[in-house]
Each structure stands twice: as structure tokens, then as C-alpha cells.
Design a protein around this ligand. Structure first.
Ligand code: ADP
Length: 158
């Protein structure tokens, strides 16, 4: 049987408990999940690609179904390259839905054979976003509530 491969694309700047929750929910559904960090030269990130990748890798260490990769360009083109049939995205609220609907419909037009799959985050994580985490970090708040244990910023580097 063909392996069911999903790409979970995002910035993961940094990975949060919301992302983690989505991946945990998706694990039983797929044979392989590629957490794909999109590299967009027009976007400013708080953390380097290497740092974001290292945190994700550490978070899922020992989980054989998960791979962490980077990509640039269209998500559907990356799906073709790695042979993924699914794009995984998380939904927190109606605003996410509206936004994701547009992206998913465009992706379907570009590459109909790739299906977008949406999972609802657990209620306790629906308010968590990377941008809130970055704000808490910049202002020296306790960001550890919102991120997996692997994500730790050395004192003075926030
Ligand atoms: P992007 O730059 O593509 O928005 P993100 O890293 O912010 O990248 O998000 C990647 C995916 O994770 C998106 O599908 C987003 O909706 C989802 N996501 C982010 N935070 C949460 C959360 N708290 N609960 C569920 N899904 C989330």
C-alpha cells in the first residue's frame, strides 16, 4: 500500500503547544508527517531556520513517523517533490477557517491530487499562536506555558 504522507507547512517561529497538539492528533491518520518550515525571503523571523528546526526535531525525537524539512516556493510543489498526498493545517477559530479556505482552494486548483486536511485544535490551545509567544518572550514573560519543553531561549537572548 502507498504510504500516506502529509506535509504540515508553517513558519514555526517558534513551534507552540498548538502545533504540537495538531501533530499529535494527526499521527494516527498518516504513515509519515513532514513538518515543513517554509522559507520566505520577504518574511522576517524572530528565530533562525536552524533554531526553529532544532526545536522541532528535539520536540519529536524518537517519533519515527515525523520528519522535519525546510522548503521554499509553493507548498504544492514541495508536496510533489516529497510524494505527499496531503497538506495538514490546524484550525483555531473562524478567522483561521476563512484564511485556510482560500489557501486550500488555491492549492487544489494548482494541484488537485493533493488534499488539504484540517484538524481542530484542542480548546485549551486555541488561543496560542507563535506571535503571542514571541510577544511574551520579548517582554520576558513566562513563555514556557505555551511551547514544548524543547523550546527554551537562553537568558539575555529574548
Ligand atoms: P503560517 O506562517 O503558515 O501561519 P504557523 O507556524 O503560524 O505558520 O502555522 C502553521 C499551522 O499551524 C497553521 O495551519 C496554523 O493554523 C496552525 N496553528 C498555529 N497555531 C495553532 C494552534 N494554537 N492550534 C492549532 N493550530 C495552530
Amino acid at each position: 500500500m502507498t504510504k500516506r504522507i502529509a506535509v504540515f507547512p508553517g513558519s514555526f517561529d517558534p513551534i507552540t503547544n498548538g502545533h504540537f497538539d495538531i501533530v499529535q492528533r494527526a499521527l494516527p491518520l498518516f504513515d509519515e508527517i513532514i513538518i515543513a518550515i517554509g522559507v520566505n525571503s520577504n518574511k522576517k523571523y524572530m528565530f533562525s531556520l536552524e533554531q526553529r528546526m532544532a526545536w522541532i526535531t528535539k520536540t519529536f525525537v524518537g517519533e519515527s513517523k515525523i520528519k522535519v524539512m525546510e522548503y521554499s516556493g509553493l507548498t504544492v510543489a514541495f508536496c510533489e517533490t516529497v510524494g505527499a498526498q496531503f497538506i495538514l493545517r490546524g484550525l483555531r477559530n473562524p478567522a483561521d477557517f476563512e484564511f485556510e479556505k482560500g489557501i486550500a482552494q488555491a492549492n487544489r486548483k494548482l494541484l488537485p491530487k493533493v488534499e488539504s486536511v484540517f484538524l481542530l485544535t484542542g480548546a485549551g490551545f486555541s488561543y496560542v499562536s507563535s506571535s503571542i509567544v514571541r510577544d511574551v518572550m520579548r517582554n520576558h514573560g513566562d513563555y514556557t506555558h505555551f511551547v514544548p519543553n524543547a523550546v527554551r531561549v537562553p537568558e539575555g537572548k529574548q
